[in-house]
Design a protein around this ligand. Structure first.
Ligand SMILES: [Zn+2]
Length: 283
């Protein structure tokens, strides 16, 4: 699937200057949002609205102290503010690191233009504030292609969601239909999982919650006891045979080997036996 196309431009000297100005404007707007958000958060304990930041830039700064903003295309500032807001959200969702201020020297000079706003010409395209920019190859007629591809992606996402939901329902039903007297599930330590970058996936987390919710209500329906293990219960580290705790167990150890009684068992199976015995052995 084509996600991006690179096209080499052949700008005039004036256009090159404008490109650099646009990149500078994007960097400034990104930083402006982060700074405004920091200040706003310190005072209100909630994030600033990116739309309010853009309004302030457009209505207060642009006509007075920052008139240079009108030298470049209007999408440049808009998208940079949106990007910064998106980066902040990704940070809060545990997906990326905290967004940093972009430095003139270290950050990649780049800016955004709305592709749909570009008018194709014989030699290249006409862009807002740019005039006609020559390119080394013709611009693809992306509008239709993008629309088609977006539709394909949307359908794939929907199908993926359906498959996942089906899988959740099937698995939770299968477990309940074996008619156990009780089911013990681990406490989902969401904060702990977020610290592990491999597990810090919003979808994964959401699906775990949903899976637990389904098992719970299906247990209630069939009169099965549902137990949630204590958050600190070390299900993986305990030897399911002799009960000794293995403190140096790593996440990469797929086989549990007990140095006390020589038990050798698949890591997950060992943890599952411990959960099955939860509060039975102790009692
Ligand atoms: Zn053992």
């Amino acid at each position: 699937m084509i996600l991006a196309i690179r096209i080499k431009l052949n700008p005039t000297k004036e256009q090159e200057v404008l490109f650099w100005k646009s990149a500078g404007t994007a960097r400034w707007a990104y930083n402006y949002y982060l700074n405004a958000n920091n200040k706003y958060y310190a005072e209100h304990k909630m994030p600033i609205k990116e739309g309010d930041v853009r309004k302030e830039i457009n209505n207060v700064l642009k006509p007075t102290t920052h008139t240079w903003l009108s030298e470049v295309g209007s999408n440049v500032m808009k998208q940079a503010v949106k990007d910064a807001d998106e980066a902040r959200k990704r940070w809060l969702d545990g997906i990326s690191a905290k967004p940093k201020f972009k430095s003139r020297h270290k950050s990649e000079p780049k800016f955004y233009v709305n592709y749909e706003s570009l008018k194709r010409t014989k030699e290249g395209f006409r862009g807002e504030k740019l005039g006609i920019v020559k390119t080394f190859q013709p611009l693809p007629n992306i509008n239709k292609n993008i629309q088609k591809q977006n539709k394909v992606i949307r359908n794939l996402h929907k199908r993926l969601t359906d498959v996942r939901n089906d899988h959740l329902h099937q698995s939770s039903s299968e477990i309940v239909k074996t008619k156990p007297s009780r089911i013990v599930m681990e406490h989902l330590n969401v904060k702990g999982m977020m610290k592990n970058k491999h597990l810090a996936n919003a979808v994964a987390q959401q699906k775990l919650y949903e899976f637990k919710r389904q098992v719970k209500y299906k247990c209630r329906k069939y009169g099965i006891e549902f137990v949630e293990a204590d958050r600190w219960f070390p299900s993986s580290k305990i030897c399911s045979c002799c009960g000794k705790k293995k403190t140096d167990l790593k996440l990469s150890d797929r086989v549990f080997v007990c140095s006390h009684c020589d038990l050798k068992l698949d890591r997950d199976l060992n943890a599952a036996i411990n959960l099955a015995n939860y509060q039975i052995r102790e009692a």
